[in-house]
Write a protein that binds this ligand. Structure first.
Ligand code: NAD
Length: 478
């Protein structure tokens, strides 16, 4: 929300009141900051990975010291407490993980003879993109601002981060931790702002990592194409879960519930559609409704209860619209089903829905809320068809009695990561490379080793070690 020409007003998700303002970075500030980062980047790259690891470890110590300040700012930004603690504590682990993996990933493979022209040795120099731009959303403001930033820095890039204007309060304590480590402050900047700041940033960087909605992702992809830079797009999802007849139904119900309601459903990898074999449908629903009924809103005390407020008021309207649309077409809410107003904030209890079908928005569009529409299926073919009947392909979950059965179903699903006998595991397990399907994203995997190596360009050195140049003009091109 822009309240004056140059200030952005920010709503508090627990009170509904505007209680924070900030000035977005304008094009001249973006140009000046990114020029400074570019100037410092060659020395950062020359520092070597051991030097960069030492700087990031110094930053980690500052982040640990700032734990309380970061938690309080994120609590004000998001209104939730449990996920805030997890989010703040995930960052030191993220830094440690990449510091441990970076040295091996940054080693160029040893020179070897070409298989086609054996007298030519093939070697490589790995060259980081000088400046990476990171544009992040409001659902995990701190973690998603740093998840690509940390590996980019270790790869030898400088980074400019543009967090969401919906949740900007954490920027101040975060910037203080960066300022406390001058070697880092030279190559890492956080630029507050809204869409205009993000759009302007793209023209000043050499690669862009974007996490957000499909609609904005398209704009970012187009702008990156115009600027002729790579765009790594991590976009929305409509993740399905499939519960086979052989599954442990109680376990599946617990996992589906937590996979749907964590962060009040405001997570890209949230389960948003549940398909259950008709033979276990009644038992599954019974368990799900029982468990959903035990979940408490974290109101008035943010530390008591499992489910926080809807962070972005416009999202509450989308959730309400999906429920209304489904109910008007014959769906029934067995639990929840309405936006509750407490203290000015918008809250949604876990909403188990039945009698749903694919003509309803709740089965097709990203709800980003704790809605659990459940639909029975009769055959595995039908389950796979329904799960794949989506514009999205981020991740999925399969519950089955045997790993073999689950793997067979997983192979049929058009999704980048499939949790087996659990849900939303990509929220915690970052080691496995994955590529989004359909509208859920584009570009190299953020997870696994390519999460770092995608920030490196490979320069090939082709060294002819023979006595004379290669007579390719006689032999013809290979
Ligand atoms: P959004 O697309 O509205 O905004 C994301 C960021 O883009 C914000 O920082 C915003 O200021 C910026 N922005 C807006 N217009 C821009 C423009 N023209 N150019 C450059 N930047 C611009 O997304 P959101 O509502 O903040 O986040 C929710 C979405 O993010 C959901 O769709 C969710 O699924 C997705 N998400 C995806 C992942 C993933 O890993 N795939 C993770 C978390 C969230």
């Amino acid at each position: 929300m822009v309240d004056t020409a140059d200030r952005i007003a920010v709503r508090n998700p627990r009170t509904g009141q505007v209680d924070y303002h900030f000035t977005p970075a304008d094009p001249s500030r973006i140009a000046a900051v990114t020029a400074g980062l570019r100037q410092a980047q060659p020395a950062w790259a020359a520092l070597g990975v051991a030097g960069r690891v030492a700087v990031l470890q110094a930053w980690k110590a500052e982040l640990v010291k700032a734990r309380d300040a970061l938690q309080q700012a994120l609590l004000a930004d998001t209104g939730r407490w449990r996920e805030t603690v997890l989010e703040v504590d995930a960052v030191p682990r993220l830094i440690d993980r990449w510091c441990a993996e970076a040295p091996a990933l940054l080693e160029a493979p040893p020179a070897r003879p070409s298989r086609i022209v054996p007298s030519v040795a093939v070697d490589a120099i790995l060259t980081p993109y000088p400046l990476v731009g990171v544009i992040s959303p409001w659902n995990f403001p701190l973690l998603l601002s740093l998840i690509d930033t940390v590996p980019a820095l270790l790869a030898g890039c400088a980074a400019a981060v543009k967090p969401s204007e919906v949740t900007p309060r954490f920027i101040e304590p975060l910037a203080a931790t960066i300022a406390a480590v001058p070697d880092l402050a030279a190559v890492l900047a956080v630029l507050p702002g809204a869409g205009a700041t993000g759009a302007a940033l793209i023209g000043n960087v050499d690669a862009v990592c974007f996490t957000g909605s499909v609609a904005t992702g398209r704009k970012v992809g187009e702008a990156a194409a115009k600027a002729f830079i790579p765009a790594f797009l991590e976009l929305g999802g409509k993740d399905p879960a499939i519960v086979m007849a052989s599954a442990d139904v109680d376990r599946a119900a617990s996992a589906c519930l937590s996979g749907s309601i964590s962060n009040a459903g405001q997570a890209c990898q949230s389960l948003e559609r549940i398909y259950v074999d008709r033979r276990v449908y009644a038992a599954f629903l019974e368990a799900l409704v029982l468990k959903a009924g035990r979940i408490r809103l974290a109101w008035p005390d943010p530390a008591q209860g499992e489910i926080g407020p809807i962070i972005f008021d416009r999202q509450a309207e989308i959730i309400a619209d999906h429920v209304t649309d489904a109910v008007s077409k014959g769906a029934k809410c067995l639990t929840g089903g309405k936006i509750e107003r407490h203290g000015g904030g918008a809250w949604v209890a876990p909403t188990v829905m039945v009698n749903v079908n694919h003509d309803m928005k709740v089965m097709r569009e990203e709800s980003f809320g704790p809605l659990l529409p459940v639909m029975p299926f009769d055959t595995e073919e039908e389950a796979a068809r329904l799960a794949n009947d989506s514009d999205y392909g981020l991740s999925a979950a399969v519950f089955a009695g045997s790993e073999e059965e689950a793997r067979a179903m997983a192979a049929r699903l058009e999704a980048g990561a499939i949790s087996i006998n659990d849900a939303a595991l990509t929220a915690m397990v970052y080691d496995a490379e994955k590529n989004s399907f359909k509208l859920s994203g584009l570009g190299g995997s953020r997870m696994g080793p390519s999460g770092l190596t995608r920030f490196l360009r490979r320069k090939a050195l082709l060294i002819n070690r023979a006595d004379s140049p290669s007579p390719w003009w006689i032999a013809g091109p290979a």
